[in-house]
Design a protein around this ligand. Sequence first.
Ligand code: HEC
Ligand code: HEC
Ligand code: HEC
Ligand code: HEC
Length: 437
Amino acid sequence: MSQPSKSAKLLPIALTVIILILAATTVGVLLFLANQPVQTRGIPTLVAIDPLEPDSSKWGLNFPNQYTSFLKMRENVTRTQYGGSEPYQKVEADPRLKRLFAGNPFSKDYKEDRGHVYSLQDVRETQRVNEKTPGTCYSCKTANAPKLWVEMGPVEFAKTPFKDLGQHIDQPIGCANCHEAGTMRLIVTNPALEAALKEQGKDWRTFTRQEMRTVVCANCHVEYYFAGPEKVLTFPWDHGTTIEAIEQYYEELGFSDWQHAESGAAMIKIQHPEYELYTADSTHYKAGVACADCHMPYVREGAVKYSSHNVRSPLLNPAQSCGACHTDVDYVVARVGQIQRQVATTMSASEDALVAAIDAIAAAAANPNADPALLDEARRLHRAAQMRWDFIAAENSMGFHNPEEALRILAASIDLARQAQLKALQAVGGGTIQARR
Ligand code: HEC
Ligand code: HEC
Ligand code: HEC
Ligand code: HEC
């Protein structure tokens, strides 16, 4: 038998090598795909993103759909009945706010919020920032924060003056505020949230993905205060996240943000407690719905499905925001309007009651014969009443996130404000109901 030619001998070897290479490549590709988050399958990772990379455009190279929808926030300028993205001046729209915030910078500058891409510009332009403002104010405004917290530590970050810290900051809110580079999983980036959860015996690393689609917003959309001389960002959650639990926390600490210029009461300024109001057993929260379900709905472009990163009022795209779960979108949108109108009316009654309380306390304080104990009691009631009103007023959904809880809190506010008014009248010998002759 003649020997097979050299090439004929090499053929099976070459084939085997090719098959092995193909097999290895296939396994590699499959492993790569298996490690990708579901919705990004098929989009190849092009560049390595540095951990904590502040610049969203660099992440955008790998995730063009998310990045493009994120940039769309720039175009959001529409105002809705009670929200939207037009940064109008609230103290001009409702002059009662000037009285309610007398002595606080919010009486001068209190604008409607808008998209995340504007966060840096807006915090630098607000008249509420001055020479004494601590760096803490940058905590929720920039994608530079997570890296700076690691590099400087949260205490150094907080106590560095706003203008000095600003030298290290050039990005608005971005990918690094919510995602871990590499894995792209949702993470808690704010040390204050990490600490507040820990205080309640919770570790976000054990949370489900659906829970994280809400908790990631709690990095910023919460009530907070600046603790101690170093002004460290702290969430007042040790006793829980209801308004009563938060009040108890501040009472025990003897904390106040400012002294009311007219009533003299020691006041608390509530920030945007969207997370706290929403998670206080709202219908949607109890049903397992997350913030991202309404504010970052899935959208489809061709064959790809991804989370819209154009975070805004869901009333601007209800078909996507509500339509995933509700078949009658027109009905639920109309319900939002009804709920918000009812909450707005009750909130207005609460503002009237607060203004009446402030008038009565200021008049009593100007009277040298006023009973100081009753006057003090009136001021404590003013603090409690306004803290409740502000919890709903500073929350940005006009009650929609939790209608029952919003109305419950506003009712308590009105009651406390009228009690404050009555105590102030009693302090100067009035306010008792005269028996009819
Ligand atoms: C069931 C849907 C739904 C869920 C869940 C939800 N929201 Fe909303 N959110 C709304 C609606 C509706 C509004 C009112 C928008 C308006 O008035 O234009 C709103 C308003 C807001 C606003 C103000 C928007 C604006 O236009 O000024 C913010 C901020 C916000 N939500 C954050 C959150 C956060 C944070 C969570 C989770 C803790 C959350 N939302 C959960 C539906 C939802
Ligand atoms: C305010 C928080 C937030 C910011 C900022 C943010 N994301 Fe996301 N991102 C989310 C949430 C919430 C999801 C949904 C995650 C889930 O369902 O597990 C998500 C999902 C994703 C996914 C998974 C696929 C998808 O679409 O669901 C990718 C990729 C992604 N984001 C990329 C980015 C990029 C790139 C940036 C910056 C340009 C960015 N994200 C900024 C909150 C954020
Ligand atoms: C790093 C802090 C941060 C995180 C995380 C964050 N937000 Fe915000 N959010 C802000 C700030 C600050 C503003 C106001 C920006 C402005 O007005 O300049 C804002 C504004 C908004 C608005 C108003 C947009 C508009 O056009 O009126 C909505 C809605 C909103 N956020 C929802 C969410 C949701 C939902 C999440 C979680 C998926 C989230 N945010 C996560 C800080 C944050
Ligand atoms: C992820 C699913 C989901 C999304 C998205 C969603 N909802 Fe719902 N919604 C629910 C569930 C579940 C209920 C509770 C239904 C029940 O228990 O009868 C509910 C209930 C409601 C109710 C009745 C609440 C009550 O107490 O009477 C209204 C109004 C409503 N949703 C409006 C909206 C609006 C507006 C949007 C969009 C901004 C929206 N929902 C988005 C799941 C969703």
